[in-house]
Design a protein around this ligand. Structure first.
Ligand SMILES: Nc1ncnc2c1ncn2[C@@H]1O[C@H](COP(=O)(O)OP(=O)(O)OP(=O)(O)O)[C@@H](O)[C@H]1O
Ligand SMILES: [Mg+2]
Length: 319
């Protein structure tokens, strides 16, 4: 199950992604966490040293390795150079599982705080808003597009703030999208904006309240997001201590907040995986990107990279 945490800057995406990842890891679930945010803070939130993001080899810096591996001998992809972030898998492509041995994981996945973590890599200020930044996040899109995950297997992705996520098709790659929302008008505003975009593509958004201090905060959130509110996390001394460098065992998290993580897991597990839809959206975004820039960049019509009859899913694993 592919899980995204989105929401306003500072709402708690990284905090909740890290807590959920540690909760799932403690339960022994197969898991991969991915830091796809501009600010690479997930490693620290998992209990790694703050400069880990600087030293862990990143997906963004190893795009060629990722493309080379995933391309396999897919005859529709002429070369690694013609593989763009939306190039979908097809016959001959290498698909990946959540946990397995492959060269991408060997090179780029590290265990941090008991969680297998991949990072897109830090962004230089000059990367923002230009192709460099999107190429880095594109590595995540490519990986998710080739990733066959089963029930009770999880990929937890910490996403960029607000509507930056809509710069690519990445926001449609998830089985469950959790929008972290503080009980504030600005946070709720980001929810409205996100839901508006997401609905166009049939992407359901669940709201997780955060930094909630009492019933009136819950009422506020419920008043603005209605039944999209699935659970909430309170303002937490455990999280504050972690922020000061003391990442304590996950079973010391306040019980109501631990219960919220379990509700997030339950909501994810209830989702029926729809590989046909997943594949169709991959094709749709590939065609859009091809027409918008990729055909020009590569100098070929990349629509031909789509194998119309191919559907991603467990049946497509050829091992
Ligand atoms: N439930 C909580 N209780 C106490 N503090 C919290 C809680 N959730 C988050 N915080 C604090 O709020 C700040 C922002 O949280 P976090 O970094 O997770 O947000 P973010 O949405 O990932 O931000 P960014 O947009 O910068 O990536 C951090 O200092 C974090 O420790
Ligand atoms: Mg963050």
């Amino acid at each position: 199950m592919k899980i995204a945490f989105v929401g306003k800057g500072g709402s708690g995406k990284t905090t909740l992604a890290a807590l959920l990842a540690r909760h799932l890891a403690a339960a022994g679930a197969p898991l991969l966490a991915v830091d796809a945010d501009i600010n690479q803070h997930l490693a620290a939130a998992l209990g790694g040293s703050p400069d880990l993001a600087e030293v862990q080899p990143s997906l963004g810096d190893h795009l060629a390795l990722i493309k080379e591996y995933l391309r396999g001998d897919n005859s529709r992809i002429a070369s690694v150079e013609s593989m763009v972030k939306t190039t979908p898998p097809g016959p001959g492509s290498r698909l990946v599982r959540v946990v397995e041995d492959n060269p991408i994981y060997a090179a780029l996945v590290r265990e941090v705080g008991g969680v297998r973590l991949a990072v897109t890599g830090p962004f230089a200020a000059e990367d923002l808003g230009v192709s460099c930044y999107h190429a880095k996040v594109g590595a995540v899109e490519l990986l998710l597009n080739h990733l066959v995950d089963g029930a009770q297997e999880y990929v937890v992705v910490d996403m960029t703030a607000g509507a930056d996520s809509f710069a690519s098709g990445l926001f449609t790659r998830f089985d469950a999208t959790f929008l972290v929302c503080e009980p504030t008008l600005r946070s709720v505003g980001v929810y409205r904006q996100y839901v508006g975009h997401a609905r166009e593509f049939g992407v359901a958004v669940h709201v997780v309240g955060n930094k909630v201090e009492g019933p009136s905060d819950v009422e506020f959130l419920r008043g603005h997001v209605g039944d999209d509110l699935v659970t909430w996390v309170g303002r937490s001394a455990y999280v504050r201590a972690a922020e000061r460098g003391a990442v304590r065992p996950i079973d010391e998290l306040e019980p109501p907040n631990r219960a919220a993580l379990e509700i997030i897991r339950d909501h994810t597990d209830m989702v029926d995986k729809d590989w046909v839809r997943f594949t169709r959206l991959a094709y749709e975004f590939h065609l859009r990107n091809a027409a918008a820039w990729a055909n020009d960049r590569v100098g070929a019509d990349l629509a031909g990279q789509i194998a119309p009859d191919f559907v991603l899913g467990p049946h497509a694993l050829v091992r």
